[in-house]
Design a protein around this ligand. Structure first.
Ligand SMILES: Cc1cc2nc3c(=O)[nH]c(=O)nc-3n(C[C@H](O)[C@H](O)[C@H](O)COP(=O)(O)O)c2cc1C
Length: 331
């Protein structure tokens, strides 16, 4: 058993979280991860209304009795979703673990605290992690440059970001971005993290509600097959390399502005990728770690084999380097 400060603080069995994923984090996937002893997370904004979110939470509860989290991603937008109503729905549905991301969790902390909700704040820098610690989150999830989605603008990979976070934080934290197996979990623990968060790995499982063609594309792809879009706009996103993301990169590199790529990056096109299995229909998030993903197992198997492999590595391979126990006097 890999019990850590994180598993104890959140009341889960294994130090593995399935991070919130737009269009992917639905009831079946979240419940499968939680049922296996990890922490599954439903993505609030994938549901068109707060009432739909409550129905999705109820669906997940029919599939598992174990704790399930909800992701609330707060990004600046021209027509922002009704964040306060989603937050109210989360609390009213009796959810006790929330993953916040996108901007500071501060405006939400009072209400979450009042209702005993534990907050895991996901961010991409030590300074933001420290700020989240200060406003009272239970744990931090720190996303390295390898991650799918928004890696921030600092470009610090996990190998430096994780120990830097370990040095700075006092609350438990998990490492995110680039993790897919027990080697990654063992490494994260060695670097000072209390567990891992995985997105791309769980996206490529049987319970992930996207077309199988997209999962097969992840299996075929290498670590070279992603693009970083929106770099010049300082809103970087790591997405699958395809004709659409290549075009977005070249338009912006040539001095284009957001309106010049708006149609290419439309959410409706990205959704088509997942629903129809047309991997060239739009942009879709995926991480460098796709280069390590070679199969489409069920989500529970991912949790179990990740923990088993990490335990094997820590007990045998790394134990080889441990100092021999001193022999007791008189023995
Ligand atoms: C398809 C997809 C959609 C995602 N959507 C969100 C999101 O809506 N909110 C969020 O906080 N993170 C989102 N993420 C990021 C993941 O929660 C996680 O932080 C990231 O995938 C970790 O990197 P990895 O893919 O290398 O494991 C998304 C990731 C993927 C692959």
């Amino acid at each position: 058993m890999l019990t850590t400060r994180f598993t104890e603080a959140l009341g889960i069995e294994h130090p593995i979280v399935q991070g919130g994923m737009m269009w992917v984090g639905r009831a079946e996937l979240a419940a499968a991860v939680s049922e296996a002893g990890g922490l599954g997370i439903i993505t609030a904004l994938t549901q068109p209304t707060p009432a739909d979110l409550v129905a999705e939470i109820e669906r997940a509860r029919k599939l598992t009795d174990k704790p399930i989290g909800v992701n609330l991603t707060i990004l600046p937008s021209i027509n922002p979703p009704p964040y306060d109503e989603y937050r109210r729905a989360i609390v009213d549905a009796g959810i006790t673990i929330v993953e916040t991301a996108g901007s500071s969790p501060e405006p939400h902390m009072e209400m979450f605290h009042e209702h005993g909700v534990k907050v895991i704040h996901k961010c991409t820098s030590v300074r933001h992690a420290l700020k989240a610690e200060k406003v009272g989150v239970t744990a931090v999830s720190i996303d390295g440059f390898e991650c799918a989605g928004h890696p921030g603008e600092d470009d610090i990979p996990g190998l430096v970001l994780i120990p830097a976070a370990a040095d700075a934080l006092t609350i438990p934290f998990i490492a995110s971005g680039g993790f897919a197996d027990g080697r990654g979990l063992a490494a994260a623990l060695a670097l000072g993290a209390d567990g891992v968060n995985m997105g791309t790995r769980f996206m490529c499982t049987t319970e992930s509600p996207i077309d199988r063609v997209v999962k097969e594309r992840i299996v075929e792809a290498s670590e070279l097959d992603t693009n970083l879009i929106f770099r010049p706009l300082r809103n970087t996103a790591r997405v699958a390399k395809n004709a659409v993301s290549d075009e977005v990169v070249s338009i912006l590199a040539a001095g284009g502005q957001f309106p010049d790529v708006r149609e290419l990056v439309a959410g409706a096109r990205g959704r088509k990728v997942f629903e129809r299995g047309d991997t060239e229909a739009g942009i879709w998030s995926v991480g460098l770690v796709q280069g390590l993903i070679r199969d489409i197992p069920n989500a529970g198997e991912v949790v179990h084999r990740t923990v088993d492999e990490a335990e094997r590595i820590l007990r045998s391979r790394l134990a080889l380097f441990a100092e021999p126990e001193p022999v007791a006097a008189g023995a």
